[in-house]
Write a protein that binds this ligand. Structure first.
Ligand code: SF4
Ligand code: SF4
Length: 441
């Protein structure tokens, strides 16, 4: 990290946003722990409803860890692999947080966790195929990593930004993987940059974690990767805001970084890609922050895909009955209603609380906080007035498409109005094409 950077502090590139309480102390210093599969895993046979696969196992089959259990169909899908060795005892369906019910294979672990033989080699030309075969995804918006690479190549991107910005409270899975494997991630970033043929490569991470920044800077010396320590003012993690802060480019309403010749790749994807490309290891586990006041051993865990939230809660221990469970971060996550929801490849956090965060909406008191904090200069209080309307003019549609779904307006609203969710619904109703079909791109 340069002396100048130390003097000037982190880069800030957008108006609005907010420094949130981080609640990361309980998990940020604990090494990642492995969760061993002992009970049956209900492994989704496809990552999402829009990524079709062809199942390759039947009841009674034995499987090894890393063995393919469903093959990708078409170009916009990824294969699925067994997270441990054991026997398939049922083909059923399972509940996932974002996708609802998906077909699944129920695998009874044999306790040996025997790995399938590693028999592939890779070349730069086969990398994209390798990512698809190994189940590498972009978690938000959920899509195959190779599809993002294809779109980025087609768009002729000049700049690659790898994002390790975790600005939502509680989340530490990026931080912990970065502490433990940063050299490997920089290697993978270099490979990806070569595959994309970009001119500039940036690695964005929170300035607040200065020790990690220093280590990554030292490791990056001699590579053509610019380390960009940024302010962790929420929602700096949003791809469009990263492009604005780092490249000073404005993504048009409803657009993605690809529209301004940039691509943003989350660290989770880099981690999965490094495992696939360097170690021939398919995606079988998720790195999950488990935290919240009901959790006894809060930490970051490497969890087999197909583990239920109930099994995970048993593993980490509970201090109190769980009254509210959240999949993902507290601002953008999904409230869980079923404890049989399983950990999927795109799970970053499970938050378990002993109290329900009660909302009791009252009429707007015109405090203006939502306007002041909106990172893209919208007036959320005005946009929610659209709810009963039957049409919206072009300017309003542009505003709806500009919304980043960051949830900050709802978070700050003293009237506890569900602003972000209402705006999201209005966008789906009035804007024919979703603004976030490739928001991470
Ligand atoms: S959810 Fe949309 S409207 Fe609300 S603060 Fe974020 S960007 Fe602004
Ligand atoms: S933050 Fe809530 S109460 Fe304040 S102006 Fe916005 S909608 Fe109204």
């Amino acid at each position: 990290m340069s002396l100048l950077l130390n003097l000037l502090g982190p880069r800030e590139g957008f108006e609005g946003g907010l420094f949130l309480p981080d609640f990361k102390q309980a998990t940020s210093r604990r090494p990642i722990e492995n969760v061993v599969a002992r009970d049956p895993l209900r492994v989704p046979l496809q990552v999402s409803r829009t990524m079709p696969t062809k199942p390759e196992v039947a009841v009674g089959d034995s499987v090894l860890r890393g063995q393919r259990i469903a093959a990708l169909v078409g170009t916009a899908s990824v294969s699925v692999h067994a997270p441990t060795s054991g026997r398939v005892v049922e083909i059923d369906r399972v509940w996932t947080a974002r996708e609802g019910f998906l077909p699944c294979a129920v695998i009874e672990p044999d306790g040996r966790d025997t790995a399938a033989p590693c028999n592939r080699t890779w070349s730069e030309e086969s990398m994209v195929l390798q990512l698809a075969e190994h189940g590498v995804i972009v978690p938000a918006p959920l899509m195959p990593a190779h599809e993002l690479i294809r779109q980025a190549t087609q768009a002729g991107v000049t700049d690659l930004i790898v994002s390790a910005m975790e600005t939502e409270p509680y989340l530490t899975s990026d931080l912990r993987t970065l502490v433990e494997q940063h050299g490997r991630f920089l290697d993978m970033t270099g490979e990806l940059a070569d595959a994309l043929g970009v001119h500039h490569v940036y690695f964005a991470l929170p300035y607040r974690h200065r020790r990690v920044v220093k280590r990554v800077c030292a490791e990056a010396a001699g590579r053509h990767i610019e380390i960009s320590p940024l302010s962790d003012r929420y929602p700096q993690c949003q791809p469009n805001l990263l492009v604005k802060t780092i490249l000073d480019r404005e993504v048009p309403p409803g657009g993605t970084p690809l529209d301004v010749e940039a691509v943003v790749v989350p660290l989770t994807t880099i981690r999965m890609a490094a495992d696939a490309v360097f170690s021939d290891r398919p995606v079988t586990h998720a790195i999950v922050t488990v935290a919240g006041d009901a959790v006894e051993h809060a930490g970051t865990y490497r969890v087999p895909i197909g583990t239920s939230v109930r099994q995970l809660a048993d593993r980490v221990g509970l201090l109190a009955p769980v009254r509210q469970a959240v999949w993902g971060g507290p601002l953008t996550g999904i409230a869980l209603t079923r404890d049989e929801t399983v950990i999927s490849a795109d799970t970053a956090a499970i938050l378990l609380f002993s109290q329900v965060h009660a909302t009791n909406p009252v009429p707007c008191i015109r405090c203006g906080w939502c306007v002041e904090d909106c990172p893209v200069g919208l007036d959320p209080a005005a946009l929610v007035q659209l709810e009963p309307a039957s049409s919206a003019d072009e300017q309003t549609k542009a505003h709806l498409k500009t919304c980043l779904d960051c949830g900050l307006c709802s978070y700050v609203c003293p009237a506890t109005l569900p602003l972000a969710a209402t705006i999201h619904r209005a966008r789906e109703r009035f804007c024919t094409t979703s603004s976030h079909s490739s928001g991470g791109a």
